[in-house]
Design a binder for this molecule. Structure first.
Ligand SMILES: NC(=O)c1ccc[n+]([C@@H]2O[C@H](COP(=O)([O-])OP(=O)(O)OC[C@H]3O[C@@H](n4cnc5c(N)ncnc54)[C@H](O)[C@@H]3O)[C@@H](O)[C@H]2O)c1
Ligand SMILES: [Zn+2]
Length: 353
């Protein structure tokens, strides 16, 4: 079973079984609480509930969705922990996607100045992205992830069986981060990925393991995002603006769908500025279109998209900050582009439709 051993904890990518439970028992936590949302309580908890029964866990369920990643939900979680008699020597198991991982980790990290927690990510996105890197938090004041902290879990248990109940669209969304990791750091992985055109028949454990190790290597170099960790933002400057725009429409995009469009635009900027070759740009563009299709980004919203990009917390001064790829498998952080160039990349994207 693939296990990624880090300095302070392991990321275990395998079906949750007796080894996991034995390890958990050996930690001798004073108590266990399990946090789920409505969906993971229904679809994911049954896969491990019997095994957890020996620990007599206290179950906490919150409503599903990003709109509940709030202080109000945290208050409910903290209240439940108090009512269960939890102390700092308890452990919280966060069973869910990135929302549960970020918010549960935040609640654990602040409860009585910090109790232990284990991430059990149940979406592809949360297995390859959110569960690694120690970023925890909630949305506040209308700003995503604006309140939070860095703190490592005691373990991450990534079990691909959870994907059986995930929609094809959610799975495809998480896959965008796998493509991103390959594009910024591993040309061999990028070559192999291009052979994959249908996501149904993938050995997810293997791809999660390979992808997570890329993210982990980058995070290890720069745990608090002062430099190279920004590499992980490839596709996200423009992608995030696209995601924010569609969020207000009747047809919101999932994160990975928006980021896929953002990666096409930012690959175009990479070609313009850093010499990413024309054939590579075409291959990247074609692959994203094969997997994600084309998003109809309306004409006339460029100024709106630019204003979102100007407010991006990744910017260090008045310029818009990008992480771009001079070649497949290579990345350059702290790049910038003029607004004309950014619009040029959107024009390129639109013309693909
Ligand atoms: N901490 C980080 O470094 C980091 C990185 C990337 C994203 N994030 C955060 O992650 C969140 C997005 O994560 P997400 O896409 O996992 O969202 P999510 O947690 O909202 O999960 C998506 C949906 O799938 C449901 N679900 C989860 N697992 C399921 C399963 N196995 N079967 C059926 N349904 C299931 C959830 O209930 C939810 O409705 C965002 O809040 C984002 O900010 C954090
Ligand atoms: Zn992302």
């Amino acid at each position: 079973m693939p296990v990624l051993q880090l300095d302070h904890y392991d990321i275990d990518i395998s079906p949750i079984g007796t080894d996991h439970l034995r390890w958990l028992a050996a930690q001798e936590f004073a108590g266990i609480a399990v946090l789920t949302d409505d969906n993971t309580a229904q679809h994911c908890l049954p896969l491990i509930k019997e095994q957890l029964a020996v620990f007599q866990p206290h179950y906490i369920t919150v409503p599903a969705g990003e709109k509940h990643k709030t202080l109000e939900t945290c208050q409910h979680i903290w209240e439940q922990l108090f009512q269960a008699g939890a102390g700092r020597n308890w452990c919280l198991l966060n069973l869910g996607g990135g929302v549960i991982g970020d918010m549960g980790g935040f609640c654990a990290g602040t409860f009585k100045r910090g109790m232990d927690f284990i991430q059990i990510p149940t979406t592809l996105l949360s297995q390859v992205d959110a569960s690694v890197g120690g970023k925890l938090g909630i949305d506040f004041y209308g700003v995503k992830n604006s309140i939070g902290l860095f703190r490592d879990p005691r373990a991450v248990w990534a079990d691909a069986r959870f994907f059986q109940t995930l929609s094809a669209r959610e799975l495809r969304s998480g896959f965008a981060e796998i493509i991103k990791h390959a594009l910024i750091a591993d040309v061999q992985q990028w070559q192999e990925l291009q052979q994959i055109t249908h996501l149904e028949s993938i050995d997810w454990s293997e791809w999660v393991a390979r992808s997570v190790s890329i993210k982990q290597e980058i995070v290890k170099e720069d745990p608090h995002e002062k430099g190279i960790r920004k590499a992980l933002n490839f596709g996200h400057t423009i992608g995030h603006a696209i995601e924010s725009y569609f969020l207000e429409t009747a047809t919101p995009l999932l994160h990975g769908e928006a980021i896929a469009a953002g990666m096409i635009c930012e690959a175009w900027l990479s070609a313009k500025q850093l010499g990413l070759s024309k054939p590579k740009l075409t291959a990247i563009t074609d692959y994203f279109l094969t997997i994600y299709g084309h998003q109809a980004i309306p004409e006339g919203i460029d100024e709106l998209l630019l204003s979102t990009m100007r407010q991006d917390k990744k910017n260090e001064d008045t310029r818009i900050n990008f992480s771009l790829i001079p070649a497949a498998g290579k990345v350059a952080v702290n790049q910038t582009a003029t607004e004309e160039e950014i619009v040029g990349s959107l024009v390129y994207y639109r013309a693909l439709g």
